[in-house]
Each structure stands twice: as structure tokens, then as C-alpha cells.
Design a protein around this ligand. Structure first.
Ligand SMILES: CC1=C(CCC(=O)O)c2cc3nc(cc4[nH]c(cc5[nH]c(cc1n2)c(C)c5CCC(=O)O)c(CCC(=O)O)c4C)C(CCC(=O)O)=C3C
Ligand SMILES: [Fe+2]
Length: 320
């Protein structure tokens, strides 16, 4: 069992009021060659929700649920918005924390979902005097707690469909698209992002009985059009699918944040309505009790080995 004197929840961060949106987006895309046009489009998604992403409140809810179940103080730091990791590490140092376990709100390998968080933690530690040592907990995409939470939510979504479609509905698992080059170098041997997502999808499908057809598709593509990202996009897939009804299962995310409530609940839902395709969307893990108890179980595991330095390498950066 690892010995820690705190738990640090590490997340993406999101804006909480209209004036936060552009500065937040600039933080996210700094040096990453995302076209301005795309940024303005995404800004409009956030402004449609009053300039607030749900993600920060979802982190607060998760922490409130986890805190009573672990015998440790719980801290929270983000990559792209307040509370920033650096500020949190400074507070942890002042509180005398020497060694903390980090739970990252991303379940899979890849630069964006893993290495970038490791780098963020290193940069924040370098900026803080007496920063605590941080041990990142392992990937949990195949953990029975995560799988059980998503299977439960998938069952609930099936129940929302008209009764005559419940048995024949197709499961369409979704995750954030990433550049093909990033997918090729994900994990220790490459290809880990997609392979892990397929594993999670098959585990959830097995919990539901295993005889229901399913697909894995991608959402929320960013980046310039000439750069290949993982395909098909969820909306293109819905246009072509031959199924009486669909349940979207966003296994790529652990809370119902902007990519879920806009890209799926607005965009994909509007398209399905146009197509006359009955559609329900499964909730993400959120504060499902099995997802919450999983965090305590991860803390009790032997300390994970750190990722090799060659795992999930950073893509080439542009000047930003
Ligand atoms: C793999 C992955 C996850 C899952 C793992 C994890 O959870 O970390 C994820 C999560 C999230 N992505 C988020 C938001 C954004 N992602 C962007 C852009 C990008 N995402 C990428 C990948 C991922 N992203 C990539 C390769 C880019 C291109 C730029 C770059 O190489 O970095 C952009 C820029 C604008 C645009 O969309 O074009 C935004 C605003 C939010 C917060 C939502 C909220 O506020 O509620 C969350 C949780
Ligand atoms: Fe993203």
C-alpha cells in the first residue's frame, strides 16, 4: 500500500463566468495550432451555458463524495483554470504535506490524457518551494468501479428509450478525438488510447449481457482540418448508422462537462431528432458510488510505477 499524507485531485479546469471563457481557452490551446475560428466556435458553446463549464462543480462534488471515504485531506488543482495546480501545491507545502497521491480525472493513456498532466504536475512542483512529492495513481479505464458505474448509467439510459427499442438499441461509445499522430504514440508501445477505450467498451458491454452490438467513435475534434484526427466523428456515424435506436456512452470522460453537455446533448441530440433516430445519453461516472469507492481502492494498491519517459510523448509544439 502506498503511504500518502494527502490526496490531490488533478483536473482540466473550466471557466465559471463569461469573462473567464477566452482566457481559459487561450490557456488550453497555447502553442497548439488550433485555428482561431474553432476557438470562437467553442467560445460560443461556453457562452450558451452562461460562460460556465460544469466541470469545476463536478470536481467539487466528487471531492465532497470522496473526502469522507478516505482518511486523508483532499486537495484540488487544475491544468487550465483556478484553482491552478501551482497554487494548490503551494498550499499543500504550507500545510506540511510531504507526499500526496494524485487522482487525475482522465482514465486513459495519451499525451492529452496522461503525459500532459504529469508535465503540469512537474512544472507546478518546480515553481513551489518544498513542494510535496506527487505519486500519480494508475490508469483506471478497466477498473471494476469505473466499469460498473458506466454500466449502471448505460442501463439507465436504455430505460429512457421507448420500450420497443430497449432490446435492439445500439451502444455507441464516445471519446475525445485526438490527432492520429498522438494516438499512434499513446502508451508504452503506441496505440494505447484506442486499445484502452475498446477494452472499457467491451467490459461495459459484457456487464450488459454482451450480445448487444456496439461501436467506438470520436467527438469534439479540434485542430486544423488538414491534420488527421481519429474518425469517425459521432455525428457522421449517427448519419450512417443502421440501428433502430442508439445509446451514447461517453466513456472518454469522467464527468458531464462541456464536451458532453454541448457536443452530445445539443449537437448530436439535434441531429438524431432530425434523423428521427431515438437517442439517449448515458451519464458519465460523476459521483457514482462505485466510482467514488474506486478512488479509495486505488489509494490502497501498491504504489504504481511512474510512466516511462518515452510513454505518451508530447506532440511538436508551435509557437503561440
Ligand atoms: C483526450 C482529451 C480529453 C480527455 C482526457 C481529459 O479529461 O483530460 C480532453 C478533455 C477535455 N477537453 C476540454 C476542453 C477543451 N479541449 C480542447 C482541445 C483539445 N482536447 C484534446 C484532447 C482531450 N481533451 C486535444 C488533443 C485538444 C487539442 C488541443 C491540445 O492539443 O491540447 C479545447 C480547445 C478548443 C477546442 O475544443 O478546439 C477545449 C476547450 C475539457 C474541459 C471541458 C469543460 O470545460 O467542461 C476536458 C475535460
Ligand atoms: Fe479537450
Amino acid at each position: 500500500m502506498g503511504t500518502y499524507d494527502a490526496l490531490l485531485v488533478v483536473s482540466f479546469g473550466g471557466p465559471e463566468k463569461p469573462d473567464d471563457v477566452m482566457p481559459f481557452l487561450e490557456n488550453v490551446v497555447r502553442g497548439r495550432g488550433i485555428p482561431r475560428e474553432r476557438l470562437l466556435e467553442v467560445e460560443a458553446h461556453y457562452q450558451r451555458f452562461g460562460g460556465a463549464s460544469p466541470i469545476n462543480q463536478q470536481c467539487r462534488d466528487l471531492i465532497a463524495a470522496v473526502e469522507p471515504t478516505v482518511d486523508l485531506p483532499v486537495y484540488w488543482g487544475n491544468r487550465n483554470w483556478h484553482p491552478y495546480l501551482e497554487d494548490t501545491l503551494r498550499r499543500m507545502a504550507a500545510d506540511g504535506v510531504r507526499r500526496a497521491a494524485a487522482f487525475v480525472t482522465a482514465a486513459y493513456s495519451s499525451y492529452s490524457a496522461c503525459r500532459q498532466y504529469i508535465d503540469d504536475i512537474s512544472l507546478a512542483r518546480a515553481a513551489v518551494e518544498n513542494a510535496p512529492e506527487i505519486v500519480k495513481l494508475r490508469h483506471y479505464f478497466d477498473h471494476p468501479g469505473f466499469v460498473a458505474a458506466m454500466a449502471d448509467h448505460t442501463r439507465e439510459a436504455l430505460e429512457e428509450l421507448p420500450a420497443e427499442h430497449r432490446d435492439s438499441a445500439r451502444l455507441v461509445f464516445t471519446a475525445h478525438s485526438i490527432p492520429v499522430s498522438m494516438a499512434q504514440t499513446a502508451g508504452p508501445h503506441g496505440g494505447a488510447y484506442e486499445a484502452q477505450l475498446r477494452r472499457t467498451a467491451s467490459l461495459i458491454s459484457a456487464e450488459l449481457g454482451g450480445d448487444r452490438p456496439w461501436d467506438l467513435v470520436w467527438q469534439s475534434r479540434s485542430g486544423a482540418p488538414h491534420i488527421p484526427w481519429l474518425e469517425p466523428d459521432v455525428c457522421d456515424h449517427l448519419r450512417e448508422i443502421d440501428a433502430p435506436a442508439v445509446v451514447l456512452v461517453p466513456i472518454g470522460f469522467v464527468s458531464d462537462h462541456m464536451e458532453v453537455v454541448y457536443d452530445l446533448d445539443v449537437e448530436a441530440a439535434e441531429l438524431a431528432a432530425e434523423l428521427g433516430l431515438p437517442l439517449a445519453r448515458a451519464a458519465t461516472a460523476g459521483t457514482h458510488p462505485r466510482f467514488v469507492s474506486m478512488i479509495g481502492e486505488l489509494l490502497a494498491e501498491p504504489e504504481p510505477a511512474a510512466c516511462a519517459a518515452t510513454c505518451c510523448p508530447a506532440p511538436p509544439r508551435r509557437r503561440g
